[in-house]
Design a protein around this ligand. Sequence first.
Ligand code: DUT
Length: 340
Amino acid sequence: MNGDGRLLSGQGLLDALNQPDRIFRAGSWSSDQVLGAGYSVRLGGDLLVIPSTPGNARYTAVTDGARVSEFTLAPGDSALISTIERFTFDFDVTATIGDKFGLSARGLLILHGSTVHPGYGRQYDQDTSRWSAKSNERLYFVVANVGPTEIHLREGDQIAYLQFFAIEPAAEPKSVSNVGFDYLSKLFRADHDSEDGGLAYFRNVKDLRSETETIAGDLRAGMERLQREFEAELSGMRREVAEAQTSVDRVTNGSNTVVVFGVFLVGVTLLGFVLTSIADLVEKLPEHLSTGRYTLVVALAVAYALAAVTGVVFVAQAARATVRGAATNRKGKEPGTPPG
Ligand SMILES: O=c1ccn([C@H]2C[C@H](O)[C@@H](COP(=O)(O)OP(=O)(O)OP(=O)(O)O)O2)c(=O)[nH]1
């Protein structure tokens, strides 16, 4: 292979993959994962840090040798994942790392670096002064469910796409470190039994959302309670106003009746007094009073009596109308009675 920066593809890629410890440790890769000019690395069942239960911010580390064949990420959950493939890159090969859109389309955000460096998965032996393959060097990714629904991930799922390039090796090979599973386990706080693991931003957004929903629910319940109390208060006030109005009407009617009765009494008394006076006057009239004058006096008395009786009748009718009007008003003001 000449190191001209050529993208490995087709038979050249298969040949490179098939060379023992040139790219992957033997037995850790599958030719089924070769697609176009690249290779899809798969989700491993160990070296993971995943939520203890979906939606929970407690994280569990699945160490080398343990195995989890599938797990679920609730919206807002994150995880550290590793590949099934074990890496041991020769110094004349490198690879670029790309996302799998199928995962992105499910709402899975993959945080990854850009490159697998030449010599990744190789170690220098001081005693023999030779480079040898590490037994279990994986690629690690940080993933977060930023979608609206749960995402189920299974061992063997394709998680990233690598494209390999044949390159000129560096004059002096260097060992390539990885931040490592232990460091990332600490980052995810899998070593703490506390509910503050995972990627803080997504956890905070998730917590914020659930807090906001709780507060919004409390506010809604509070508003509904206030509205109910306000309506109860309002109808109580309406009832009290109606009762007060009824009392006022009753007092007004009572006083009206008393006034009308008083006027009636005064009228009747006056009428009696005037009639008695007229009768006395008639008795005292001289006998020789002319028939014409006598008739005039009687006519005046009769006219006065008629006018007085008519007045009393008018007053009585006015009193009746007042009492009826008050009763109608009272009915109209009772709560629940439609206006007009
Ligand atoms: O998403 C990635 C990207 C890279 N690697 C591996 C392969 C790579 O060769 C090595 C170092 O990658 P990178 O140089 O991107 O990481 P770094 O933390 O910047 O390394 P350093 O600080 O040693 O330069 O880690 C991963 O495991 N995951």
